[in-house]
Write a protein that binds this ligand. Structure first.
Ligand code: DC
Length: 212
């Protein structure tokens, strides 16, 4: 089974994806990390984030072993990833890696922006996670502070709104729910509540399939 979790920045889709993968015994890919890794490679090389050939090369040379580097989680790299991910050839260069990950047994949970629409349009279950931007900013600020980073909530909110705008309005693979995605608004839910709501959706889809 392939489970696609999409949604905007700081909506909690990454944590949800990880928890669902654990629950079902599937592998998990946080696809945001891929774009973050490409952006970070450019930053380190001092290259322009809009330098498409350099970004494509970085995408082709990605090393999944480095996806756990904590620097990739920082706000600065996230902002850079939003710029890099708008480059069509960069997205193209990363499609096969993601599809291969999804296809390998026993099943996979992928979270990102375009999993249900572009990467895995035939995913068994698609969930689009949303939450009030102010709630997302609050959560992201608390997370950053817990990591020992300086975080100003108003600046985090501004960053989230700017990234939403860029991710929604880019010409390739814009952030939007697939027509057959289930919306999950977790503004009022904690992590456990979000996980339960997602499992309810997945189980309802499975039960419906078995009956049909
Ligand atoms: O989910 P995240 O904050 O780690 O994502 C960082 C950026 O990467 C985000 O602003 C847009 C981009 N991204 C994307 O374009 N497609 C994906 N599937 C995942 C992330």
């Amino acid at each position: 089974m392939i489970i696609a979790i999409d949604g905007p920045a700081a909506s909690g889709k990454g944590t949800l994806g990880k928890r669902l993968a654990h629950h079902y015994g599937y592998r998990h890919l946080d696809t945001g990390v891929i774009y973050r890794a490409v952006a970070y490679a450019l930053m380190k090389a001092g290259a322009d984030l809009r330098d498409e050939p350099a970004a494509v090369t970085a995408a082709q040379e990605l090393d999944p072993e480095k996806f756990g580097d904590p620097v990739l989680k920082t706000q600065k790299v996230g902002e850079a990833a939003s710029v890099v991910s708008a480059l069509p050839r960069v997205r193209e260069a990363l499609v096969n890696f993601q599809r291969q990950f999804a296809a390998d047994p026993p099943g996979a949970v992928l979270d990102g922006r375009d999993i249900g629409t572009v990467i895995c349009p035939d995913a068994d279950v698609k969930i689009f996670v949303v939450a009030d931007p102010k709630v997302r900013a609050r959560r992201r600020t608390l997370e950053a502070r817990a990591r020992g980073e300086d975080a100003d909530e108003a600046a985090v909110l501004a960053d989230i709104l700017q990234r939403d705008e860029r991710d929604r309005n880019r010409s390739v693979a814009p952030l939007k729910p697939a027509p057959d995605a289930y919306l999950l608004d977790n503004s009022q839910l904690d992590i456990e509540g979000g996980v339960r709501a997602a499992i309810d959706i997945i189980e309802a889809v499975r039960a419906g399939r078995q009956r049909g």
